[in-house]
Write a new protein. Sequence first.
Lengths: 315, 425
Amino acid sequence: MSRADTVDDRNRTPASTTAPEPASTSTSVRTANWTWTFGLLRSELLTTFRRWRTLALLGVLAAVPVLVGIAVKIETSDGSSGGPGGGGGGGEGPAFISQVTNNGLFLVFTALAVTLPFFLPMAIGVIAGDSIAGEANAGTLRYLLVAPAGRTRLLLAKYATVMIFCLVATLVVAVSALTVGALLFPLGDLTTISGTRIGFGDGLLRALLIALVVAASLTGVAALGLFVSTLTSSGIAAMATTVGLLITVQILDQIPQLHALQPYFFSHHWLSFADLMREPVYWDDLEKNLGLQALYAAVFGSAAWARFTTRDITA
Amino acid sequence: MAPKASDDTTTGGESTGAEAEDLRLGRRKAARYIVPVTVIGVAAATIGLVPALADSGDPDLPKITAQQLLDKIAASDVQQLSGTVKISTDLGLPDLGGLESGLLSGATQGGDGSSADPSTKLTELAAGTHTLRVATDGPDRQKLSLLENAAEYSVIHNGKDLWGYDSASNEVYHSTADESSDKGSGKGGTAETPVPATPEELTEEALKAVDDTTSVTVDGTVQVAGRDAYKLLVKPKQSGSTVGAISVAVDAKTGLPLKFTLTPASGGAAVVDAGFTQVSFAKPAASTFDFTAPKGAKVTEGDEAGESAPGHSGKPGDLTKDLEGGEGVKGAEGLEGLDGLNVLGEGWTSVAVFDTGGEGMPSGAEAGGDLGGFLGSFGDKVTGKFGSGTVFSTRLINALMTDDGKVYVGAVTKDALVKAANAAK
């Protein structure tokens, strides 16, 4: 945790507690005061997105589509016809990559398929792991708790912040990919993977929908990270554990002998977002994915709540 | 520095005061962990129970005889259909992954190139579990898609055009179907593909084998893809066949086969299990069948010679049929085109014989050289009156390759195969 962050956090605490004063004068402090919750959320968002670390993470995410785009461009610039890999086997490489040269919009899908298995959840793991443990580590957690928000609401604000970061991170990848795709490759009507054609507007809509689904796919990791974060007072430990769990699950997901368990791994249905590019859309796996994410969010969210509201805050 | 929020707000909120209440508090603390545990419990119960609850027993349908049901299937005239089919094949072949489909397609296709060629691609169905989508609108327009990870392979038949599109490699295969093919698929089925993949096609193949060596019964009712269906049970009467039973769920209203299951005589999991998971008899959107090759896609035109492969007579495909579709009879028919081929016996226990004239290892397929030595490690040596040879077994098809180059293939047990070879001598 950098010195700048700490200072930032300390500055924030008194500032944000000025907002709820009218609430604390009212008789029932804990009745829902949504302005206050919103104020807490806003201050959480500001501190999170003002950190250099967050900006650096977003920068890395934005760079991935640029790299993929340039690589595809260089690879196909001499031959200029057909997808990568010539004509032979085909199908290797990340999803959708063979269509990128013909339609820049496919770079959005390729970039999301490339970043979803690792970059995106890693960024989420860092932010989520740091959310509670980082405050505890910097000694700012108890100042947050003396505010009349209550721990439950603080936790909710933290989780909402992480979810918003999921969305922002996904959109950063998508927008960066769209920009690079538009600059390097032609745009226009696109062919779905089922072979039917859809207009560019429809394609954009689906890209947005896919970005939303990808963001939703990350809520499970976010809840897991938040739970881990409530277990320890070390921000680094929480981040490392979350990212470690992520890698472990990804590895276990590759082991054929575990196929009975694999449908319950949070990363198992991640690539189902590609089903949105079928015509008609194949919802089965998408539903499974979203249901599983909701389950993870419910289990680890409530576990985080149980832990956080009963724990002794010493720092 | 400390904010002005006072102690009583936090203590009020979190009830950390009052030491006398410590015990009660401790219990309350522990009680909170009940929430995540409950969530897990409810989720586990839902996952476990919902399929059981959804399986709301077998539907009540009027009694029907096997012959009536067969007539119903024959009279079935579903012109418009769209749905999702799940097909699992477990031939008991060693899991060779890509190598296997490579060899299979090498054998059927002679190695020619485009990954979008239907006969190359659909042989992948010979192993594993796959999800297919089918759509039909009259005899002229059919579509069959093989859903892959973030990719899809589609065969689209629209009027005269037959397209194959492989989205993973962005390759297109195109051929112009000849007139006769329109008649061929006139029975309002799904696109006839080199490999029978839908329950309907599989059933058609299976029912060709129905004769006096077969017992056909109606085995109650069942619900498939939310529709009431009769269960037709087809069993070989002869012993020696590796086919245990074929069970077909026939839609009570339309007579369309909805689910096809082939269980081996040796027991265990089904060798072929193909069924609709979702089906609709509404007219599919016209855009489903529109296909124009995407910009920049590599298009392979199917020439005259290759025409039969993707199309509707489909001889090369029949080779895979005996691997895939199930019964030796049909497989034998498919093989008749080969030189020096004989069929011994009849019905379910018929055995196809052909003379490779070679050294006793497969030399017919291009892949023969590599394949031979490789397969040798899977075979069992047997001896008999015919001499000696090697038996290659799967859960359905067994093949005996004698040392003098004769090959006996059939959906029969190893013993029956040896007996047939002995008798032939």
